[in-house]
Design a protein around this ligand. Sequence first.
Ligand code: ADP
Ligand code: MG
Length: 583
Amino acid sequence: MEGKGNKYRLNLMKFIGEHRQMMILSMSVMLITTGLSVITPWLMQYLVDKALPQKDVNLLVLCVAGIAIIPIINMLITALENVYKSDVQTRITVKLRFQLLDKLLKLSPTTLSKYQQGDITGRLVRTCDDISGFVTKLLNGFNNVITFVFIGIVMLTMNWKLSGIVLFFAPLMVYFYYRRIRFWRTTYKDISQAQKEYDVFITEVVPGLKTIQTFGQEQHEIANGQELNRKYRNLQNQLQKQRSFQGRLFWELQDSLSTSLVYAAGIYFIFHQQMTIGQLLAFTVYVPRFYGAINSLFVLYMDRDQLKPEIERYEEMMDFPDENVDESNAISMKEVKGQIEFEHVSFGYSDEREILQDVSFAIKPGEFIGIVGATGGGKSTIIDLLLRFGQPRTGQILLDGQPLNAYQLKDYRKQIGLVPQDIFLWNRTIRENLLYVNPSATEEELRKAADQAQMKQLIENLPEGWNTLIGDRGVRLSGGEKQRLAIARTLLRKPSILLLDEPTSALDAKTEFLLQACLEEVYQEKTIIVVAHRLATIRNADRILVVNQGRIEESGSHEELMEKKGYYYELAKQQYQVSTLVG
Ligand SMILES: Nc1ncnc2c1ncn2[C@@H]1O[C@H](COP(=O)(O)OP(=O)(O)O)[C@@H](O)[C@H]1O
Ligand SMILES: [Mg+2]
């Protein structure tokens, strides 16, 4: 867990170190409680060896009082300490979670799209819990070290001969555990994997409830869940079996052997006046505790092994280089003219497959550009690159003559407004969803954006108007309503460049027409790029780029492209035929 190279290494000690005061307090308390608990058997020895033969009533009262009171004091101090320990643990959980969340926010959606959502959520929640849970165990481990040392010393001073016999077993025990533990590591990895699969399952099922019911797949999902559970349970059982039968059994065997040996040797020493009965009594209490401490340290070691896959999952995420960060010489963006150039850009989400190939085009400030083409051709990918959600593999993208990375990201994204293809809305009111992107917007600005997005009628018809809760991801709105809200949200930010990715796919013809007229008016002077499925949406564009299989196939105005009788012409013909069929 130490820092090595540039890789992120989770250093639990550092986290614990941040709560140094608390830890010092906790450890001091442990020293006291362990010390006190070591005293009890010692008092027992006094009782038997001194108070009993001398019939010393005072000593008897003193020893008995000690034996009675010490556990109570111990319990009170420990209870208090537990409260603090759990507080530190919770703080570390929160810290781990926020550190990871902070990292996730610095990664681009393109990078994260390689992971399943449930996997990421699992790392954010359970992995962090597991890791911080280990902190308490670590502290208990410290407790065991103290117990081991204290009892070792007391036993040696009390009777070194018997201590020698007791200590003889310790290396045997260490050897056995060390040999066994290595075999359990693969199980830990499998368990971690099974847990991840379950996280993924649950995170997909909940938002998928409607789909599951639509297709009548309830039983299928239940079976899926049970199967995953069974797999997890089997692995847990297997591990527990190993740990119980091999670990626990060995420990019991070793305990009974050593106890009987202590009795045998102890009584032998008593016969030869080399030991007192009181000492033997004390030893019978010390010995199991002594071995118990060693055993617990090994359990701790096993727990650490078990935690390792989780730590690796955490580190894996933290290890990604930050993506949403500015280069050191990034400039702030004052005014945007809106001239965009793609110069021989190629890009792929993975190394194996290139999505965009040698894409070049230039957009003049204030132009209205349409992008059309078959699905999967790379239209949304072009938009992603414009939003800096990915870096071109070769070539470059310029805005107003500067590469996109030259600008500070925060300024940049303020100037670029996107209405995405898959709209994400918060489960808040309409007003809150709008204010989210521009908290200082006035009532008038809100209304204006809503009017421009043709939402006026919609809001008036809603029972609670602006304060209507729209449900998770906007489930209480229709597709077209969601789209208009998303458009209003983007307009409220007043971006200099407007990107719309299939913005009208769920709108009826009339709304689409109104919206188009409005956008053309609002964005008369500004650059606007519209990816459209329906050619009618971008018919009036200054220029249309036709994207096919990651390349710009054609470009020109509607009339030019129609005359060319190429790919666009074919698309138009198809759509025309379909619409006459329907009409
Ligand atoms: N996050 C992603 N990871 C991997 N492949 C992706 C990702 N997003 C899109 N793709 C792939 O890139 C290609 C182009 O996608 P996209 O730009 O969304 O197409 P379009 O918007 O033209 O329909 C598709 O084949 C799609 O499968
Ligand atoms: Mg798309």
